[in-house]
Design a binder for this molecule. Sequence first.
Ligand SMILES: C[S@@+](CC[C@H](N)C(=O)[O-])C[C@H]1O[C@@H](n2cnc3c(N)ncnc32)[C@H](O)[C@@H]1O
Length: 210
Amino acid sequence: MEDGTERWLNHYSSKQQILLVGEGNFSFSLSLARAFGSAANMTATSLDTHEELRKKYGTEAVANVEALKALGCTIMHGVDVHAMSQHIDLRSKRYDRIVFNFPHAGANVICRALEGFMITDNQVLVRGFLKNAGEMVKEDGEIHVTHKTTHPYNMWGVETLGREVNLCLVKEVPFFVSYYPGYVNMRGCTMNSDSTFHVGNASTFMFRKV
Ligand SMILES: C[S@@+](CC[C@H](N)C(=O)[O-])C[C@H]1O[C@@H](n2cnc3c(N)ncnc32)[C@H](O)[C@@H]1O
């Protein structure tokens, strides 16, 4: 693995500088890092502090973080996608890929049943992510948002949100959790944050700068 050979897992390569944001239990990052070995050039981040991570997801998430560190990945906590382009440890870096899987602004107990319909809050989140990511991605880099494509999630208008911040959709490809060994997608910011959810039809939306 340390011989300079390029390793791939689906759209991602060990030669790419990858920034992952909005991680849940860090299992997606770890899936990539394990495929890349110690050649990984990854920074994996979450909105949660280390303490919140432990409380929400328990020891498995902490173990995932430790495994990522052992593979040479950078881990950052408390990274808000609305402000990440100004983050002191991120603002001078440029990335080949910036990835946010299943962005969600959260839902409390009362609106849990309606979470897919909380469109405005979620559009604000995705637009904020795309705007910041557009300032951090290399000229030929890509920004990836993985999102459900069924109703009501398709009403978020992910492609339009990209256009609003000068990004163009270059590709939309079907997403399957099984493509990423060990990845367990998490609710994260809704009640039962430590449980997974059914993905169903979902796509990775790939954007580039206009
Ligand atoms: C449905 S969960 C998906 C978690 C993880 N990406 C996965 O695929 O398992 C939504 C995630 O969005 C994150 N999130 C919500 N608002 C955020 C923000 N402003 N900045 C960074 N992450 C945010 C939550 O912390 C949560 O981890």
